[in-house]
Design a protein around this ligand. Sequence first.
Ligand SMILES: Cc1cc2nc3c(=O)[nH]c(=O)nc-3n(C[C@H](O)[C@H](O)[C@H](O)COP(=O)(O)O)c2cc1C
Length: 171
Amino acid sequence: MDFFEVVKKRASYRGPYKDQKVPDEDIRKILQAGIDAPSGMNFQGVSFIGVKDPEVLKKISEVISTPATQTAPLIVVITQKLSGPLVYGMSFNVEDYGAATENVWLAITALGYAGVWMDGMTKAGDNADKIKKILGIEDESIVKTIIPVGVPEKEPVPSEKKKFEERACII
Ligand SMILES: Cc1cc2nc3c(=O)[nH]c(=O)nc-3n(C[C@H](O)[C@H](O)[C@H](O)COP(=O)(O)O)c2cc1C
């Protein structure tokens, strides 16, 4: 798929998935896209876990329970080790996580799957800590988001975006 087609096609999908596995080769490509994202001062504090183990998937879907998480053959979990100030008192944790997550989502789309960035749902209550425990993560990493991934039962419909002139200009 052409890059610009991928960007246009990416859309939040919250419905159920077909009973179709995501091959390891595709999982690797999706996670590698996250690794390939830029990060401030190349800190690379964002990490990626591809969960395909049915027992672990079930446990995660009990924490964040939606039609997508309950049927996803793959859940990508994005974690982050926060950096302190890296240069001139600045750190780039928010930017690094955003860039990496969008790369992962675009890769998911490019490979013909659908997903949704469940940041809010992961942050809610103690969901992030519960998922961290399920995954047996013992270091200081924060679970930032989960992204359910699979072949959607229905094609996701891209949400409407404001017109070019409202949000962009060429000067
Ligand atoms: C930082 C961030 C947090 C989000 N959190 C959630 C979430 O918790 N649950 C959810 O269903 N969608 C979540 N979304 C998806 C947005 O609702 C979605 O991107 C937005 O409505 C635009 O739709 P689109 O992704 O189809 O373009 C999140 C998106 C972003 C970027």
